[in-house]
Design a protein around this ligand. Structure first.
Ligand SMILES: [Ca+2]
Ligand SMILES: [Ca+2]
Length: 946
């Protein structure tokens, strides 16, 4: 009896469950997205030499579209469109994001996964993401409960087209991270060679099936963006050699198998009647890969173009019993329509922000009159409006674009040539008569042209157009990684060879060496000018010496406290690094040696974007490390030091029995500055901050705390310096100089330690460089002994490499992989453009080029056509670095016609051999750069050209 009751109850439970479950349960959605699969790549769309029976069955028992357009003909943009229902350029997404990109799909945008999650769906993604690989942009942060797949394209890896590791130093792909299949936010399976790629389709299929099985009792959304058939294509063993077409066909057959497995799983679990399956592609084929590319079935061009071959792809929807079988729709449809279609059938709420999609549900239901979409905008590159479409008419607008035409494709995984800058002319195409876009009929249909031009104008108002330099009214911000703190540490007169990381043998710099190991050591970084004030001016303003306001150390006043007047001040309203960072919402401080004007004039650092200033305003005061005072936000801050005249023995020298102690005070400027710097970090640790830290070390005079000098006493021969060449006498000049550099190094250590203590080291990017090369023969410094320039010719005040080539170390733990050496030539007037890109701001007009790509590797590094130097002091010099060549002119003060010296830095980095006679062809180029780049100087003393 008891047994019977239980059985009865179980039966009742089972039957109610059977009846009620499908009725109450929201439909499941499976979205399968191919990568670079063309319009002609499925047998139901006419593919040749292989069959795709499982996908064809979806089309035959559901609906297939003949006029469906990807949102844009490139990976990242296209995916942004399908997942959000928006034109990708509305969201600031364009092109294909590269590994380590600081941007991604803005987490504030709502994806299909997010709107379905709100409806109680289980959400899983198995495939290629490509909307930002930093943690905050990954799928789990965009609505997916589970994520397994590669974070970006399968060719973004340090492997060449033959499948071999790239070892050429400096090659763009060499430093890319190893490609991996992520599980959640972490890499789980590494893909190191072509063979490793063979497993991808299988892994994605198995994980999708597991997810469906696990969530069969809940409504679920599964997004399966296959990484195939994007190059490098690969199929598993079972499919190799299966098609008549070779590998491409094998790959397509494996994907078809995958679709078959998904359908089997649905059948097995009785889910077929409650599941909508959508199958489509992100863009057309990458035609220059020849037999490793798909087919457009005759449509014009391919991936990366806004012609139909790039944009038009298959679109199939299948839902047993709900979508009328056997339909073919020729209605215009687009990737942005997927989200609103899914929203309608699941009753999910549409995203709160404006979208561009329109529900296709009426078409899917078999309503032949339904025509939700009449228009489409073809945007490409950053925000170029390349074409507009209304019904069957397409107006291609004049634009520079990719073309595959006129080049033979390569085969077997290699890329043939393309022209990326073909001048596509305006053309009107009737896509009914001429789907191949071959016959421009503008002349015959002028009214149609006008109608479509009006549509283009409307689009420009809404979304903008880079080609017309029109800003849109409704573009939204791309997602950016949280603004990192920026610490820029600037040494003073530190030579290229004075750090261990740069080959120094005698002076210990363990903290900077460690920093270089954790980050990037740049080997061809330049200051903008070979002395203090102009170098600082150009660093802060991004202008080179032909354009800069301040081109020399123009001293005002004198060395005493009473005559402290500083240097030539920055002009009022000058845009500086401080201004830039302030605009980006940073707390900003300049702590150290300023040299660009006193606080009571236009050069006041607080008036140039720095919330806080502490240190030396007048760089002449920096000659003494124990001054009577420093400046804090325009106020005198008294130090516990008596006044020391560091120049009292200039030219004559002190007596041999001099009391050296008189040059030692109580409060060392560097310690005072560091206390303020560490306070600033502490105070601002929870918000983005910019700390510009131009410490005066190791500039003369030779003065250092005793403990810093002690380590080096006896380490090498040393004899007292009595001040004959200026500055303070010193009993151990070499030990003191080494001690000053090590002391500077330990200050860097203190900064790093503080960042670690506050757990913000991964949110902070550190730059370390110097304002000019090691000092000339003065003040007791022995740069020969220390090999301070690592053999480079010249010293401070010279435009030869020894005066201008500087160490540059960039570190950002957790973001930049360590141990990198970068040989790309960069210059300090690039910093403004670099930090503008880092903080997502438009670059103000500067002479610089952002070298953020050299740091993050998120895009290709643009190269300087030339780097320009001008230095009106000493004899009057000019230098131009142009690739391997460097032109130098000296003695311009006396001789405006001074000849060019030319050095081949590739073969002669020490600038020993002037090859001007062997390479006269370079001279006119140098002359014309000089002519163009030099603007009249502000004061006659700086005018050395005219
Ligand atoms: Ca693609
Ligand atoms: Ca300097």
């Amino acid at each position: 009896m008891k047994q019977l009751v239980i059985t009865m109850m179980a039966l009742i439970w089972a039957s109610t469950n059977l009846i009620s479950a499908p009725k109450n349960k929201k439909p499941n959605v499976i979205l399968i997205l191919m990568d670079d699969m063309g319009y002609g790549d499925l047998s139901c769309y006419g593919a040749l030499q292989y069959e795709t029976p499982n996908i064809d069955r979806l089309a035959h028992q559901g609906i297939r579209f003949t006029n469906y357009l990807a949102a844009q003909a490139v990976c990242s943009a296209s995916r942004a469109g399908i997942l959000t229902g928006c034109y990708p350029n509305r969201l600031g997404i364009s092109g294909a994001l590269f590994p380590n990109s600081p941007v991604g799909l803005n987490p504030e945008e709502e994806t299909i996964a997010e709107i379905l999650k709100d409806q109680g769906y289980a959400t899983g993604m198995f495939g290629k993401w490509h909307l930002g690989d930093k943690k905050e942009f990954l799928p789990k942060q965009q609505g997916f409960d589970e994520y397994v797949g590669i974070p970006y394209s399968n060719d973004m890896w340090p492997v060449d087209l033959e499948g071999k590791p790239i070892t050429t130093p400096g090659a763009y792909k060499q430093d890319l991270p190893v490609l991996s299949i992520f599980d959640g936010d972490e890499p789980s399976i590494y893909l190191r060679n072509l063979q490793d790629q063979e497993q991808i389709t299988g892994v994605l299929t198995r994980r999708s099936i597991q997810f469906i099985e696990k969530n069969k009792d809940k409504p679920f959304f599964v997004y399966i963006p296959h990484s195939m058939p994007h190059v490098p294509i690969a199929a598993s063993m079972e499919f190799q050699g299966k098609s008549k077409l070779g590998l491409y066909g094998d790959v397509m057959m494996e994907v078809d198998w995958s679709v078959g497995e998904i359908i089997k799983t649905l059948k097995k679990n009785h889910l077929e009647e409650n599941t909508l399956i959508i199958f489509t592609s992100d863009n057309g084929p990458w035609l220059n890969y020849g037999n490793h590319a798909g087919s457009t079935s005759g449509l014009r061009e391919g991936k990366g173009t806004s012609f139909e071959g790039g944009q038009r792809v298959p679109f199939i929807a299948y839902w047993k019993g709900k979508i009328q079988a056997g339909q073919v729709s020729n209605k215009l449809a687009a990737a942005m329509d997927v989200l609103p279609t899914i929203a309608e059938i699941t009753q999910a709420k549409l995203p709160k922000k404006k979208i561009d999609g329109l529900s296709l549900w009426p078409i899917l239901q078999g309503n032949k009159k339904a025509e939700p979409r009449k228009e489409f905008l073809y945007y490409y590159r950053r925000n170029n409006l390349e074409a507009v479409r209304k019904e069957d008419w397409k107006l291609v607008l004049a634009h520079p674009g990719r073309t595959y035409e006129g080049f033979l494709p390569a085969n077997d995984g290699f890329a043939g040539q393309v022209n990326e800058n073909f001048a596509v002319p305006q053309g009107l195409y009737d896509l009914r008569r001429d789907p191949g876009e071959r016959y421009d009929v503008q002349a015959k249909y002028p009214a149609k042209v006008q109608e479509l031009l009006a549509l283009a104008d409307k689009a420009r108002e809404d979304l903008g157009d880079d080609l017309k330099q029109i800003k849109g009214k409704e573009n939204r911000e791309i997602g950016r990684i949280k603004k990192p703190n920026v610490v820029y540490i600037y040494a003073d007169d530190l030579g290229y060879g004075e750090l261990g990381a740069y080959g120094q043998k005698l002076i210990k710099t363990p903290f900077l060496d460690a920093l270089a190991k954790q980050g990037i050591k740049f080997t061809q970084h330049y200051t903008s000018a070979p002395v203090c004030a102009p170098a600082r001016c150009m660093l802060l303003t991004g202008k080179h010496a032909g354009h800069a306001q301040i081109r020399g150390n123009h001293e005002l006043g004198g060395f005493t406290d009473e005559t402290e007047r500083g240097q030539m001040p920055l002009e009022k309203g000058t845009f500086t690094l401080g201004t830039l960072m302030k605009n980006a919402g940073y707390q900003t401080a300049a702590i150290g040696k300023w040299g660009l004007g006193m606080a009571d004039g236009t050069g006041n650092p607080n008036a140039h974007g720095f919330d806080y200033f502490y240190g030396l305003l007048d760089q002449k005061q920096a000659h003494n490390y124990y001054p009577t005072h420093l400046w804090e936000n325009g106020k005198w801050d008294t130090l516990n030091n008596a006044y020391i005249n560091v120049h009292q023995f200039q030219g004559k020298g002190a007596p041999a029995d001099i009391d050296f102690k008189q040059f030692q005070g109580k409060e060392y400027v560097v310690d005072k500055m560091m206390n303020k710097a560490l306070n600033f970090i502490d105070k601002n640790k929870s918000q983005p901050f910019f700390l510009y830290l131009p410490l005066p070390l190791p500039h003369l005079s030779l003065q250092a705390p005793e403990e810093a000098v002690r380590t080096y006493i006896g380490a090498f021969p040393d004899s007292a310096y009595l001040g004959k060449k200026g500055y303070t006498p010193n009993p151990y000049p070499r030990a003191t100089y080494a001690g000053m550099i090590s002391y500077l190094d330990s200050q860097v250590g203190r900064i790093v330690e503080a960042l670690k203590k506050y757990k913000i080291n991964q949110q902070t990017i550190i730059f370390f460089s110097s304002d000019n090369g090691a000092t000339f023969d003065a003040g007791g410094v022995d740069t020969e002994f220390f090999q301070s320039t690592a053999g480079l010719r010249g010293r401070k005040q010279d435009v030869y490499e020894g005066g201008i080539r500087e160490p540059l170390i960039v570190a950002w733990p957790g973001v930049i992989p360590g141990g990198q050496v970068n040989h790309h030539p960069t210059v300090q007037y690039d910093m403004l453009a670099t930090l503008a890109e880092l903080t997502g701001q438009p670059t103000p007009e500067t002479d610089g080029i952002s070298f953020l790509p050299s740091i993050l590797r998120h895009s290709e590094q643009k190269k300087h056509p030339f780097i320009y130097f001008e230095f009106p002091e000493k004899t009057g010099q000019v230098a131009i670095r142009m690739g391997r060549w460097k032109g130098v002119k000296s003695n311009l003060k006396k001789n405006r016609q001074a000849p060019w010296e030319i050095y081949d830095l590739e073969n002669d980095p020490m600038e020993h051999n002037n090859v001007a006679n062997q390479h006269p062809e370079i001279i006119p180029q140098l002359d014309s750069i000089l002519q163009k780049e030099h603007q009249p100087a502000k004061i006659p003393a700086w005018e050395i050209i005219h």
